[in-house]
Design a protein around this ligand. Structure first.
Ligand SMILES: *Cc1c(COP(=O)(O)O)cnc(C)c1O
Length: 338
């Protein structure tokens, strides 16, 4: 099967598994797992942040970030297609008691101008604008990329207006291998950053939240109350450590493969339109005659697995477990699906 459902479907490589098996572990609830501590230190240093916190999922790191950056009745500004709004079961309201001001961005990206307009003046009867959340790459935007030049005016505005800035960097490294911007440069513009280890980086579990020492201290309490305090988590942290050391440059290949397939798809009569492809995600809309669920079935008969993505669209995500042979098969089969 050629599984393009998500970049979360990867399984640990032999080398990663072996590295995990040899991890030195301790009880991380007591802060005594050396492998977890080393991973947190490593990512914090990479981004020039003071501290980091290892969590089971990116939903948890995002939810903790919203919690530690807001108070109940505050307002979060984000794109209407953002993961925190669309795909975290409304957790911002449930966990943090905050509302959202939604912006219709372009391919999931919002601008300083749009944010400026979304900031509420702060009357007693209004929710208090407190936090801006950006996503890089933007999943529902088709894997679109923010460059630092686009981030700088947003960070400047946030500073001027006393707003905090969180980055949902689930796939940040897919962007950075394209722009060649540094983690250090990215680190300086955000109060908190979430990085997923279990997407393109290929770890089985894990995300990291980054920020100041003080913020990560609060974050650790929130992680605990969410049930995310883990014991000998070093086995899992080791996978993330291995991924950061070995898998970042490989993301470039995933991105290239997505571009190659998108070029093929633009020529297919069943494709109505396709979002611009910048990283490892391809989102295309089908002609009205063919329904997404039927198309998914036809793909499946050709040993290709893909996800329906709303509005008669299909998403393909390229990742570590896709081989050259699978790419050849895709190139052969996609022109003959219908
Ligand atoms: C996958 C993803 C997350 C985190 O998801 P988990 O499945 O909870 O790890 C957060 N943001 C974006 C944009 C994502 O794609």
């Amino acid at each position: 099967m050629i599984n393009l459902i998500s970049d979360t479907v990867t399984k640990p490589t032999k080398e990663m598994l072996s590295y995990m098996m040899h991890a030195e572990v301790g009880d991380d609830v007591f802060g005594e797992d050396p492998t977890v501590n080393a991973l947190q230190q490593k990512i914090a240093t990479m981004f020039g942040k003071e501290a980091a916190l290892f969590c089971p999922s990116g939903t948890m790191t995002n939810q903790i970030a919203i919690k530690v950056n807001t108070q109940p009745l505050d307002d979060v500004i984000c794109d209407v297609d953002s993961h925190i709004y669309q795909s975290e079961t409304g957790g911002y309201a449930y966990n943090s008691g905050v509302g959202v001001s939604l912006i219709q961005g372009e391919y999931g990206k919002i601008t300083a101008d749009q944010i400026q307009k979304a900031i509420k003046p702060g009357h007693d009867w209004q929710p208090l604008s407190k936090l801006v959340v950006l996503e890089n790459t933007c999943n529902k935007g088709g894997g679109s990329i923010y460059t630092l030049d686009e981030i700088k005016p947003i960070a400047k505005l946030c500073k001027e207006q006393g707003l905090l800035l969180h980055l949902d960097g689930a796939r940040l490294f897919n962007a950075l291998v394209e722009t060649n911007e540094s983690t250090q440069d990215w680190g300086q513009y955000f109060d908190t950053i979430s990085i997923c280890l279990s997407k393109g980086l290929g770890a089985p579990i894990g995300s990291l939240l980054l920020g100041t020492q003080e913020k990560m201290k609060s974050a650790k309490r929130v992680r605990k109350v969410m049930g995310g305090g883990m014991r000998q988590a070093g086995y899992l942290a080791a996978a993330g450590d291995y991924a950061l050391d070995n898998h970042i440059p490989l993301l470039k290949k995933d991105n290239q493969r997505a571009k190659d397939i998108s070029q093929l798809l633009t020529k297919m009569p069943y494709v109505k339109n396709l979002k611009p492809v910048h990283t490892n995600i391809v989102i295309f809309q089908l002609q009205d005659e063919i329904k997404d669920i039927d198309f998914i079935q036809l793909l499946k008969q050709n040993a290709i697995l893909a996800a329906p993505f709303g509005d008669n669209t299909i998403r393909f995500v390229f990742h570590l477990d896709i081989t050259d042979q699978m790419m050849d098969a895709l190139q052969r089969q996609l022109p003959n699906i219908l």
